[in-house]
Design a protein around this ligand. Sequence first.
Ligand SMILES: *Cc1c(COP(=O)(O)O)cnc(C)c1O
Length: 227
Amino acid sequence: MNLQERIAHVERRIREACARSGRQREEVNLIAVTKYASLATTRQVLELGLQHIGENRWQDAKPKWEELGAQGTWHFIGHLQTNKVKDVVGRFAYIHSLDRLSLATELQKKAEALDLVVRCFLQVNVSGEESKYGLAPAELIDFARQIRGLDRLRIVGLMTMAPFESEPERTRPVFRGLREWRDRLNDEAILSEPLTELSMGMSNDFEVAIEEGATWIRLGSVLVGHE
Ligand SMILES: *Cc1c(COP(=O)(O)O)cnc(C)c1O
């Protein structure tokens, strides 16, 4: 399949997952993860009408962002080192990996200096895998309280990565868990604005994530492919 065919194929699968779970297609935003893709392919992704681009390392994103940054909406989805905050704020509209206080205060500082607001997801390690970044679910409420006063951060929702499962259905409890934590933060009104977003679902498991309420899915290999 070429890129255009892969996009059409993924689009069909998204629509089917929405239909199965009684959701509207417009509720699910698609992020094309271009971390394995060249500049040329990333350009093609945008030309074919996809708006959201996801990258997980600034070093890899830089040449693509410098050419194409103005054309799309850029999402930083990988672990963010504090010393890379200066490169990312102002370039990426969304950061999906806010998971510690030192990062939050650095983001606040940089956003203040540039007089802008950074939209963030709190990354949660729902599965508890040691190899994964993210806040432990038990830390989430306290963390949300700690960052409540950082007025340059707009916390839009929660993000997670499920473990790779050869049977995608097995990821369902992870995605359901993230949704329940979001609802709990909202019920207890921990943050000043309700969290509306759930960033969850990758190539292997996005249909399950959609069925569990994903509003942003992050697709690399199934959509953009490897190069
Ligand atoms: C690489 C990556 C993705 C996309 O992975 P695929 O399995 O190729 O779809 C999504 N989210 C994050 C955080 C990633 O690092």
